[in-house]
Design a protein around this ligand. Structure first.
Ligand SMILES: Cc1cc2nc3c(=O)[nH]c(=O)nc-3n(C[C@H](O)[C@H](O)[C@H](O)COP(=O)(O)O)c2cc1C
Length: 173
């Protein structure tokens, strides 16, 4: 089972739009993927789901993570890294079973010109720590505001090509 994680809780985030694009591209290839947006995390997460605690609201999210074998993280650049809420989410998930010996593809995006290269590197370090195997082909999309059409689909030839290549590799991974 594949789950795409839109890795921010910012209302109206572009990451969620891109995550939905990935979901639609997988669907075209006949693969149904779940979508988890971090906007759906319980707002109490820092008191209700860290350090051994587990809330009723987080339980279905943990179940989804537990049942997932392959994750696609769509990750915006926040202050030169990945969003703090993503680390909080990873910290809240049960360890080590949530991510160990599973697989992940990483996708970075930013309004700026680096496409979250550093944040994706930082997240790769965390994935390595939790034994989550990362697909070598990572995607970085800079200037994201210029990349989506009116249907929130990628349309630039190069970006579409590289994203498609990553998805093909991830299916085989
Ligand atoms: C707290 C915060 C920090 C940000 N830091 C950066 C940054 O370091 N570099 C950058 O290019 N864009 C930065 N951005 C802009 C995001 O790249 C932009 O919001 C983009 O649309 C992707 O994030 P989104 O999913 O929240 O829309 C930041 C946005 C927020 C909310």
């Amino acid at each position: 089972m594949i789950t795409i994680i839109s890795s921010t809780n910012r209302p109206g985030s572009v990451s969620l739009k891109l995550a939905k694009y990935y979901q639609s591209q997988l669907a075209i290839k006949g693969i149904e993927a779940n979508l988890l947006s971090l906007i759906d995390l319980p707002p109490t997460i820092i008191v209700s789901d860290l350090y051994g605690k587990r809330s009723a609201e987080f339980e279905p999210i943990q179940q989804l993570v537990t049942n997932t074998q392959k994750f696609i993280f769509v990750v915006p650049e926040y202050n030169g890294s990945f969003p703090g809420v993503l680390k909080t989410f990873i910290d809240a998930c049960s360890f080590p079973d949530s991510f160990a010996d599973k697989k992940a593809a990483l996708v970075g995006l930013a309004t700026g010109k680096y496409g979250n290269i550093r944040g994706i590197d930082h997240l790769t370090g965390v994935c390595n720590y939790v034994n989550l195997h990362v697909l070598p082909m990572k995607i970085h999309i800079p200037y994201i505001k210029q990349e989506l059409d009116e249907n929130d689909h990628l349309f630039k030839e190069d970006t579409v090509k590289f994203v498609n290549e990553q998805i093909e590799k991830f299916i085989k991974f």
